[in-house]
Design a protein around this ligand. Sequence first.
Ligand code: FAD
Length: 353
Amino acid sequence: MNPVSTHYDLAIIGGGPAGVSAGVYASRKRLKTVFIARDFGGQSTVSEGIENWIGTVKISGTDLAKALEAHLRAYAGDIVDIKAGESVASVTKAPEGGFLVTTDAGSYTAKTVLVAAGSARRKLTVPGADRLEHKGITYCASCDGPLFADMDVAVIGGGNAGFETAAQLLAYAKSVTLIHKSPEFKADPVTVKKVLSNPKMKAWLNTDILEIKGDKFVTGLVYQNKESGGPKELPVQGIFVEIGSSPATDFLGDLVQLTPYKQVIVDPRTQRAYLIPPPEIASNARRGESDTRDVVRSTASVAQGLHNEAGGVISGGVWAAGDCTDGLYHQNNIAAGDAVKALEDIYLHVTAK
Ligand SMILES: Cc1cc2nc3c(=O)[nH]c(=O)nc-3n(C[C@H](O)[C@H](O)[C@H](O)COP(=O)(O)OP(=O)(O)OC[C@H]3O[C@@H](n4cnc5c(N)ncnc54)[C@H](O)[C@@H]3O)c2cc1C
């Protein structure tokens, strides 16, 4: 492990559209920055075709990842230190002021931190799922769909991602069975209707997955319908899991406020993270949760925070952008815009000192 590196103005965590946008702006504003990303491109790297990245009619996820990396490297110069392939393990307050960002390869201190770590896919946790991952269980239809040509496959999850996955698989598979645990699909009705009209498609509501079967490779799944009972077995060779994602914020500990879903709670005008959210934001963040302490639990650093107009206490040094925040909508363009907003505010914060 390297010793602690130079004191930077800014540490950016994440190499998706949010992190890269922040990196480009940091370079142009000449903020001495360490840019730490496990990889470039972010979640939509797996997408076959992105059609709403503004200014680009259509681009594959892998080409978007290449373009993002090239854009940052073209302007990084000696201002942005790119630490690609490193994974952040923790962000804490540094004793001498600012923040200590520790990765699997080193440590960096910075006056400010922008968290743009996005979300990671939620994994299937039933018996057999871990053992058979990449042996028939997959999380990416556009990457692995063709491997299952003329086979029977299942999709787990009834949201848009589940139905879009099913639509892709229908081009290759012999049959696709989509399994959803709730009484209604969460995907938009137009997509549901279109996908279900394919004769190779079946979809089950109210159905729980109990186990994945298979020795070396997946051979089937055990399920139980909440009305008709079970357990029963469905023979399939491929299982595509689309049960949502969870923000990659564990490395923050209790440095800033998180929702019960682990999203960083931010002031939407500036993207500053909250130490204590204003009451209205706190109650929105608690939606579906019962305990106020889940949200308002970190008061230790309140004295170093700044009150904002809405009545909360915002952090004096941590910003967040993109899918790791409690923003209502998550898209590539929004992630990039969040990050630009954050950089404008970080620049004012750093240069005002
Ligand atoms: C299959 C799929 C298709 C999509 N299609 C579209 C689309 O067509 N159009 C659209 O607008 N949106 C699309 N989205 C949504 C879009 O991808 C996200 O909104 C966007 O990627 C969010 O960007 P982000 O930068 O906030 O985070 P992410 O894209 O999630 O990037 C997070 C980055 O942080 C890094 N990271 C995470 N944890 C750490 C750590 N501990 N240390 C270091 N680095 C870390 C990751 O490696 C990654 O580089 C799609 C999403 C999926 C899953």
